[in-house]
Design a protein around this ligand. Structure first.
Ligand code: G3H
Ligand code: 13P
Ligand code: ZN
Length: 331
């Protein structure tokens, strides 16, 4: 199966009311772990690469690793998505590499730090939609800002999405999916106490724009068992806290269909490598500890595919092509 546009994966999830994880990828073992989880749970999957991932893999490696994943897993619907694109140019680059979906994070300026005005966000997002839809490529936009800063990305300040603005934004830009700010943040330190997410924002936007899939960023659960492994074997990640899986499940019922997860994969890999090396001090074959990391990603992602309700939906639909979607956009 070729890469499919993310629009198809999310529209199908809308019909059956389940969520689809969008998992960040930077290297082969991470991608293999995610793909094995998708295959074994019969799940469609969104694989996403940040600008940091493009840089780390010198672009060509991510492109060809995902091509290998497609070849290795012909039965799995896969979408390759740009995470937090910062400009039209970055989105164009991703599209030229064969990405079937891009996010333009117009909630922040090109520096990925300074919040924009509503009008600035509409302008850049509209420009990306006009360009991407000409190729049949899906576009995700964002309104509102998350807390937390990952690798210098993010304003560090939370601005929850205003539902009235969200409705206007979707109409003015023509985006396929909208990321909402409902109180989550990127990284391992999302909350100090059990979180109260602004679920009412999801319900309100969903009731007024029922056909647009909604996206939740900063959705890692930062499971205590994974954090404990990292800390037990020499790590130092005190007081980390994420989004409870039950909150994500509630959000899915209300209208969230794409669930972004990066941190949990990082924790799983780091814990597995630390544990493996601590327990096998004489081992120096990278395949042994990267193999342990791959298995850890597999387990975490498999659990999420089951918890989000993605499992079992792999064969629900025939994959569509970018050309077919392009014709739909042109109507
Ligand atoms: O949204 C941010 C993602 O976690 C990507 O992080 O820029 O460190 O790859 P990164
Ligand atoms: P986490 O840091 O919670 O994994 O969020 C990842 C994300 O939102 C990527 O866009
Ligand atoms: Zn994000």
């Amino acid at each position: 199966m070729p890469l499919v546009p993310m629009k198809q994966i999310l529209d199908e999830a809308m019909k059956e009311n389940y969520g689809v994880g969008a998992f960040n990828v930077n290297n082969m073992e991470q991608l293999q772990g995610i793909m094995s989880a998708a295959k074994d749970t019969a799940s469609p999957v969104i694989v996403q690469a940040s600008r940091g991932a493009l840089k780390y893999t010198n672009m060509y490696y991510i492109k060809h690793m995902v091509a290998a994943a497609v070849e290795d897993n012909p039965e799995v619907p896969i979408s390759l998505h740009l995470d937090h694109g910062n400009s039209l140019e970055t989105c164009k680059l991703a599209i030229s590499l064969g990405f079937t979906s891009v996010m333009i994070d117009g909630s922040l300026k090109e520096d990925s730090k300074t919040p924009t005005t509503f009008d600035e966000n509409v302008e850049v997002t509209r420009a990306v939609v006009d360009y991407a839809h000409g190729f049949g490529v899906t576009v995700e936009g964002e309104l509102g800002t998350l807390g937390g800063i990952e690798d210098g990305v993010g304003s560090g300040k939370v601005k929850l999405t205003d539902p009235d603005e969200a409705v206007k934004f979707i109409k003015a830009t023509g985006i396929d999916a909208l990321a909402l700010a409902i109180g989550t943040s990127h990284g391992a330190y999302k909350f100090k106490a059990r979180p109260e997410l602004a679920m009412n924002i999801i319900s309100e936007v969903r009731s007024r724009v029922p056909d647009t899939p909604l996206v939740m960023h900063g959705s890692s659960s930062v499971p205590k068992d994974l954090v404990d492994i990292v800390n037990r074997y020499g790590g130092a990640i005190p007081d980390a806290m994420g989004v409870p899986i039950e909150s994500i499940q509630e959000a899915i019922k209300l209208g969230i269909k794409k669930i972004n997860v990066d941190t949990d994969g990082r924790l799983a890999m780091t814990g597995a490598i630390r544990k493996f090396l601590a327990e096998n001090p004489s081992e120096f074959d990278p395949r042994s500890y990267f193999g342990a990391a791959r298995q850890a990603v597999y387990e975490v992602v498999k659990g999420k595919m089951i918890a989000f309700g993605t499992a079992g939906h792999m064969g629900d639909y025939k994959p569509t092509t970018l050309d077919e979607i392009k014709k739909l956009y042109a109507i």
